[in-house]
Ligand binder design. Structure first.
Ligand SMILES: Cc1ncc(C[n+]2csc(CCOP(=O)(O)OP(=O)(O)O)c2C)c(N)n1
Length: 622
């Protein structure tokens, strides 16, 4: 066993290149063993095992900086940089994170989690290094999917005209989460296919040149002919034209040739360079190679079959996607938009049934929002399904391109609230603070699948301005579901779920069950609690809330989001001063970033699980 002797990169560098393939197999095996138990981003990490080994073998990390775009492919990197044993607890509460973390290791150059930041980080790191007159190398590893994100081009625009020594590794597996989309993806595919052609061309030209007498003339003639097609035929010409030297494409699973190319590029100590590396997503585990999208991010699974454990219930995402597909049958103006997350947001049925009204725009959240806004000018009803955390990218677009013009864009905010094991870069804790501060927006939050469905029906009819609906990650606990409209939803009306004279809990979404549990825990103490489902976070039903407040002695607000800027603060700011005094607490996530772990653990840590809340309330009401 080689891996058990690798306690850090120094041990790796002691190995002969002849041993590196065997090490790659062991690393793969270990990743599979741990991720099948813990869940995680399997396919992307399996795809870059050889690349990771080659990078740490050639470069002098941690002095040289490797910057992983998104960071979901960093498992081999963590295992080889002194975290082999810690890897067993990856993504668990208190264990190491699933993404690079500077505080975890000096080998993690920056924290990442959202896509397309690596080139800006590399540009900044390289320019900073030059200003500080240091000599280290800066290497960004970016996937072809992440190259659909606008930030990457903003960075390339600057990188292409600096003289700074930056190395970009383009990890091209032709996949984002699903197949990659868009013009750049098409260009990369053409490079790969034209590289085979180029090899053939080089060989033929050598033969032509060798023909006695006419060889040279024929060579010149054919060269000119090819020159006119240069942009089409020379790999990477687009990057070269942008001022970035292009190398490749090379086989990302051939460690020796990877090391050779990296060594050569490392010796060029000026200007930006890009190495185009071709890898296979899911490499070495057949179920993941066959279905990389399913194994992109996956829960614990059985290695033998590739099947996940546990009963699968209908998720909020599926309800949103299926309701939209259902609605779109009769309403030809409904379109669905995703920014590279069609699987996660449950839009596959919509895509299958109405492909002409389905748009995957790539990892381009800013563009997605503005694109949706402009569609409304033609009477289209755009539904943009997007994770809360990724919507953060598009704050200005929400304000400038939707809010100000009051355009009827429908935004389905998936994974709102804490999301568990992906941790601080992925929690959806800021959407309330963002959207409730943008005029014209309606912001809704269902606590059941039925509420979500009926809110989507409402949104499909609401042409007077933008509507956003936030809902949590996970299942609704029911499979028996109809996608016909149930109760006609009217925004701006609270729903009192239980009657109570002592305490009111104003809450919404997936905190409704928590509030009900708090109520039960307080019953033995003689406290009767009114649980109130807000349903609409903006505009708040202030008369309804004040009516409830008048009937109780105390109240709290409870939400799965940041307290600061949240719905609780909105209530505090809006109710009459004499009633405001009754509100003892705005419960939610306090002003610090929330780590990774199960949501139950994260709620407990923030003191917003039912037991902690009941305890706090008993104290406060005393
Ligand atoms: C801003 C943003 N939007 C969406 C995502 C979700 N996401 C994570 S990885 C990924 C695909 C990345 O594709 P690529 O860069 O090619 O890496 P691969 O997984 O194929 O190795 C997406 C869409 C994200 N991390 N950040």
């Amino acid at each position: 066993m080689l891996l058990e002797k690798i306690n850090g990169v120094a041990d790796l560098r002691k190995l002969s290149t002849g041993n590196l393939d065997a090490l790659a197999s062991e690393v793969r095996e270990y990743i599979l063993e741990v991720i099948s138990a813990n869940g995680g981003h399997l396919a992307s990490s399996l795809g870059v095992v050889e690349l990771t080994i080659a990078l740490h073998y050639v470069f002098n990390t941690p002095r040289d900086k490797i910057i992983w775009d998104v960071g979901h492919q960093c498992y081999a990197h963590k295992i080889l940089t002194g975290r082999r044993e810690a890897f067993r607890d990856i993504r668990r509460f208190g264990g190491i994170a699933g993404f690079p973390k500077m505080r975890e290791s000096e080998y993690d150059a920056f924290d990442t989690g959202h896509s397309s930041t690596s080139l800006s980080l590399a540009c900044g790191a390289a320019v900073g290094r030059d200003l500080a007159r240091k000599k280290n190398k800066v290497i960004a590893v970016i996937g072809d999917g992440s190259l659909t994100g606008g930030m990457a081009y903003e960075a390339i625009n600057q990188i292409g005209h600096t003289e700074s020594d930056v190395i970009i590794i383009l990890n091209d597996n032709e996949h984002s989460i699903n197949e990659n989309v868009g013009a750049m993806s098409r260009y990369l595919t053409r490079i790969i296919s034209s590289s085979t052609y180029n090899r053939f061309r080089r060989k033929s030209m050598e033969i032509v040149k060798g023909i006695p007498r006419i060889g040279e003339a024929l060579f010149t003639f054919i060269s000119r002919f090819f020159e006119s097609f240069k942009k089409m035929l020379i790999p990477g010409q687009l990057f070269e034209d942008m001022g970035i030297r292009y190398f490749g494409p090379i086989d990302g699973h051939d460690i020796v040739s990877l090391i050779g190319t990296l060594e050569r590029v490392k010796r060029i100590d000026y200007g930006p360079k890009i190495i185009h590396v071709i890898t296979k997503k899911g490499k070495g585990y057949l179920p993941a190679e066959m279905n990389p999208a399913r194994f992109h991010g996956i829960g614990p699974f059985d290695r033998a079959t590739g099947l996940t454990y546990g009963e699968k219930t209908l998720s909020y995402s599926e309800i949103a996607g299926k309701t939209l597909a259902h609605l779109a049958r009769n309403d030809k103006n409904i379109v669905a938009i995703t920014a590279a997350m069609k699987l996660g947001t449950g839009l596959f049925e919509f895509e299958n049934k109405t492909p002409d009204r389905f748009f995957d725009v790539g990892i381009a959240e800013q563009h997605a929002v503005t694109f949706a806004g402009a569609l409304t000018a033609s009477g289209i009803k755009p539904f943009l399904s997007i994770y809360s955390t990724f919507l953060q990218r598009a704050v200005d677009q929400l304000i400038h391109d939707i809010g100000i013009m009051n355009l009827p864009v429908r935004i389905l905010i998936d994974r709102a609230g804490a999301v568990g094991q992906d941790g601080e870069t992925h929690h959806g804790l800021f959407d309330i603070a963002i959207i409730r501060n943008i005029p014209n927006f309606i912001l809704l939050a269902p606590s059941t699948g039925e509420e979500l469905r009926d809110m989507i029906y409402f949104a499909s009819r609401h042409d007077a301005g933008p509507v956003a609906i936030r809902y949590p990650r996970g299942g609704v606990g029911a499979d028996d579901f109809t996608f016909e409209e149930g109760r006609r939803f009217v925004p701006g009306k609270i729903r009192r779920l239980t009657a109570g004279r002592d305490l009111a809990i104003f809450t919404f979404g997936d905190m409704v069950p928590v509030a009900r549990r708090v109520r039960e825990l307080l019953i033995p103490r003689g406290v009767s609690t009114a649980v109130v489902n807000l349903l609409t976070i903006k505009p708040l039903d202030i008369p309804g809330i004040e009516r409830i407040l008048r009937g109780v002695r105390y109240a709290i607000t409870l939400e799965n989001g940041m307290v600061s800027g949240g719905a609780g603060e909105s209530i505090l700011a809006s109710v009459r001063a004499d009633l405001r005094k009754k509100i003892l607490l705005c419960a939610g996530f306090p002003d610090r970033f929330v780590p990774h772990g199960s949501n139950a653990q994260l709620f407990r840590e923030a003191g917003i699980d039912a037991e902690s809340l009941a305890k706090r309330l008993r104290r406060l009401m005393r």
